[in-house]
Design a protein around this ligand. Structure first.
Ligand code: SAH
Length: 223
């Protein structure tokens, strides 16, 4: 998979992809993440990528031209399955959407800033809009990193233990059961006996029950 992320603040996207699972996925050549600095595509002599809003009001708006030039230049080189704009009013990111996107080959993710992008970008250049939740961030970079992480870890070969994504929350419509590690007792707080029993079938039954109970309590709408 290849993910091209378009941003006017490329530095914000350095660290999320330079460690742990996302770094390993790139080292293993399972995914390629390329960050594009929107300023390079600005024809303005100050390399600006935004302007005042027509009609007045506070806040700058990202201009269409640099975004169009960047997307067009990417599309000349590759076929993209989706051109995604990160937006607080977009489709909500869920595990099911992450699963769908993990099957795609090439994605573009556009990060907004300031008041957002000129509406014509959304009307003509974008194929999908995704939100990571009903709250407003200052820019789309952190949201793009969240989306990329949720998608990349689902691509086969990225996680070391292939089954571990399958037992995560939401993957089977339930939240995950509690997990413990050594020591078996700490300050008198004990790990449930069943997990120390070595009885695989019973452990798996217990985990399922815990998942169902937790889901009832925390995310009843999933059931
Ligand atoms: N004025 C806009 C918010 C702009 S916030 C509005 O009220 O809808 C600036 C940018 O941050 C957006 O263009 C978007 O790319 C990003 N962003 C903010 N909140 C987000 C969220 N919840 N999910 C995804 N992207 C978000």
């Amino acid at each position: 998979m290849r993910i091209d992320i378009i941003t006017c603040l490329p530095k914000l996207l350095e660290s999320p992809f330079s460690d742990s699972i996302l770094k390993r996925a790139q080292d293993k050549k399972i995914v390629e993440v390329v960050v594009h600095d929107l300023r390079i595509y600005s024809l303005d002599k100050h390399k600006s990528t935004d302007d005042y809003a027509f009609g007045g009001g506070a806040g700058m708006v990202m201009s269409i031209e640099p975004v169009d030039r960047c997307i067009s230049s990417l599309k000349e080189q590759l076929l993209y399955d989706e051109i995604i704009y990160m937006s607080p009013d977009g489709e909500l990111l869920t595990q099911s959407l992450a699963n769908q996107l993990s099957l795609k080959k090439n994605l573009i993710i556009l990060c907004g800033h300031y008041k957002g992008v000129d509406e014509r970008v959304r009307e003509h250049l974008i194929t999908r809009e995704i939100s990571i939740g009903d709250y407003v961030l200052s820019g789309g970079e952190l949201a793009a990193a969240v989306l990329s992480d949720a998608v990349i870890r689902l691509i086969p070969g990225v996680l070391n233990d292939e089954t571990s994504a399958l037992t995560d929350s939401f993957q089977d419509g339930l939240v995950a059961p509690p997990v413990y590690t050594r020591p078996a007792e700490y300050k008198g707080w004990k790990v449930p006996d069943i997990l120390l029993s070595g009885h695989e079938a019973k452990i798996s039954e217990w985990r399922h029950e815990e998942s169902v109970n937790r889901t009832k309590k925390r995310r009843p709408k999933l059931l």
